[in-house]
Write a new protein. Structure first.
Length: 307
């Protein structure tokens, strides 16, 4: 019987990067709808700004490098959406555009493109904007309001004013905050879709949420003003980070044990920053820090070879 000799990979699948990225976009649809309902034209403009700028930057860099256009893989669209969701609706258009360019150019393309980046590009873009425009990143608008007001997020109210926001407001999104972190209900819907379709590995979000649950419940028992587990789960960028950013397969460990280590590390850092730092929120920094440790985690959690 003749043998067919071909180059690897020998196991083929209809699932590709483009399909996976489109599933992430589908999972984000509830968040898109909620942000438009809550923040109206501000949300529409910010989302279009970030997505368009990310796609144009990706295309321009590919042209400069004389590479085929990577837009068909939809990764630039996902980066634009996640960046928009991590920004306040009141941010100026030029700042959002600069952050989008930085996310693609520095967070992704400088490493060689999709699959080679060390850090989550959307978080790199947000981190740059926090450093460059700190005032814009701390100016919030109340939902259903067209007037920009300086107000505190639920995490800032807890940390600096000892005020605990009702869970119902956190769950449905009737609070000030970044575009995509207000409605916990919509984030949970999208996260369930990713987990059911097996786009995201359950180990990372489970370990993050479980770690946050143990730490927050312990400190809530000591003092209720520290915030309950559900308060910390529903507030800030916890769900957006745990379900959509920390599950990025490129910047997280490839081993099963390593993903647990990654998630536990994120959870510890999040609560450390929320409780003991001068910042009310720590999701962005925790994920970026653990992204940097991913190669080390992979090295020490590799399964032993069978001999």
């Amino acid at each position: 019987m003749p043998l067919n000799i071909s180059a690897s990979p020998h196991i083929r699948s209809k699932i590709n990067i483009s399909w996976v990225m489109r599933q992430v976009v589908i999972a984000l649809i509830p968040v898109i709808i909620a942000s438009i309902i809550l923040f109206k034209e501000r949300a529409i403009f910010l989302i279009l700004n970030c997505v368009t700028t990310c796609c144009l930057t990706e295309k321009l860099i590919a042209k400069i490098r004389k590479k085929p256009s990577p837009l068909k893989d939809w990764s630039a669209v996902v980066t634009g959406l996640l960046l928009a969701f991590s920004l306040p609706p009141t941010i100026r258009w030029y700042a959002a555009s600069i952050g989008s360019v930085f996310a693609i150019a520095v967070g992704k393309q400088v490493f060689g493109g999709l699959g080679y980046n060390i850090f989550n590009p959307a978080l790199i873009g947000r981190a740059f904007l926090v450093a460059a425009y700190p005032k814009m990143l701390t100016s919030w608008v109340e939902p259903f309001s067209l007037q920009a007001v300086t107000s505190a997020t639920p995490l800032a109210l807890r940390k600096f004013s000892h005020i605990i926001t009702p869970l119902s407001s956190l769950f449905w999104g009737n609070i000030g905050g970044c575009l995509g972190e207000t409605s916990a209900f919509c984030l949970i819907l999208g996260g369930i879709y990713l987990l059911v379709r097996r786009i995201a590995d359950w180990r990372v979000p489970l370990s993050i949420i479980a770690t946050v649950g143990v730490i927050s419940s312990t400190f809530f028992f000591i003092n209720p003003l520290n915030g309950s587990f559900l308060f910390h789960l529903f507030s800030g960028g916890m769900l957006l980070g745990a379900l959509f950013m920390a599950t990025d397969p490129v910047t997280t460990p490839v081993t099963k044990k390593g993903r647990f280590v990654f998630g536990i590390g994120c959870g510890i850092l999040i609560m450390t920053i929320r409780y003991w730092s001068g910042l009310p929120e720590g999701v962005m920094y925790s994920i970026l820090f653990m992204n940097a440790l991913t190669p080390l985690i992979n090295k020490y959690t590799r399964p032993k070879r069978f001999q």
